[in-house]
Design a protein. Sequence first.
Length: 386
Amino acid sequence: MTERGSTTDDIRFNVPALEGRELEYMQQAVTAGHTSAGGPFSKQAAEVLQAETGAEEVLLTTSCTSALELSAMLLDLQPGDTVVVPSFTFTSSALAFAREGAKIVFCDIEPQTLGLDPAHLESLLDDSVRAVVPVHYAGVACDMEGLGKALEGRPDVAVVEDNAHGLFGRWQGRRLGHLGRFATLSFHETKNIICGEGGALLVNEGRDVDRARVLYDKGTNRRAFFLGQVDKYSWMDTGSSFGLSDLLAGYLFGQLEQREVIQAKRRTVFDRYAAMLSPHVADRGISLPVVPPDRESAYHMFYVLLPDRATRDDALQGMRSLGVQPTFHYVPLHSSVGGRKVAARAVDCPVTDDISGRLMRLPFHNNLTEAQSERVVAALLSSVPA
Ligand SMILES: Cc1ncc(COP(=O)(O)O)c(C=O)c1O
């Protein structure tokens, strides 16, 4: 048994993998003596991300959570302002804005992609709304067309994409992370591209770049100083210490160099699960993830929807007893203790409640083998009544 109570031949939910020169680069960062933020690996990693996403500016952060916090600071939220966030997401998507004083308006999701429901969004909009935070769940874009229509005539409402899952995904050919005023990325060890803990803020509009750099660097204009734009740097504005250590940026750059390999591996795992499970959709009442034809998945995860909560919970237990480690996702925010404290008002999110009770994430990582996938599927099928 390991300290996590599992045996060594268990099929773990996630196995973070080294895919290239990560260790070499981390060693280089240490021996070169530049391990703080803003070093050579940070520069190289940010350049790759900028080329991949088309952002005006990429600021590497210590997490997606901190990138969301930086975006919230940049919005200059005032008392009375609200931000619309899906209830079906991680706490950080809402918490970052609540910490800056906004009240949160929780929005339901639509059942196909599990992204923000534009019809519900439209019914929630009023003059207090300063931002909307779409989450591209599992790396599949939400209905950005519907979202755009709902926001027509409201140019002052900022779109902040929480793109923790969606780096390399596309909507109508456009890159996820390049659809909002800001977007955030996660490089947490459970994501496609990892460095332990890490993230990035993508700044998509030129007007935000200078201020974003100041807030990012403890409220100082140090970046402008390094660029030779001012002759000394000093305190200018609010901010915090958001920068990712160059040690971790070395890890990140090593991963980014292998991005095509990583994405291809994850696509293989996804397609394999889909092929193995599709014959059982009807007899077990299982639904598989939907990728609408105008979207390209980032292949962040593979989930199934089971007929009801009891079947899902029994299946989680049954599979764990067979040495397979699936998990659930997310506990709705609108009815959580923390969520109710920051909610602008009570809302019902019935689709969120339903999906949250029925969703199961299967073990999913770059190097999950065919034999392991077969074991996962067999464990699932034996844990769900036909
Ligand atoms: C949608 C979403 N946003 C934000 C986060 C937070 O990411 P991080 O752990 O990098 O702060 C997560 C974490 O999994 C997430 O799923």
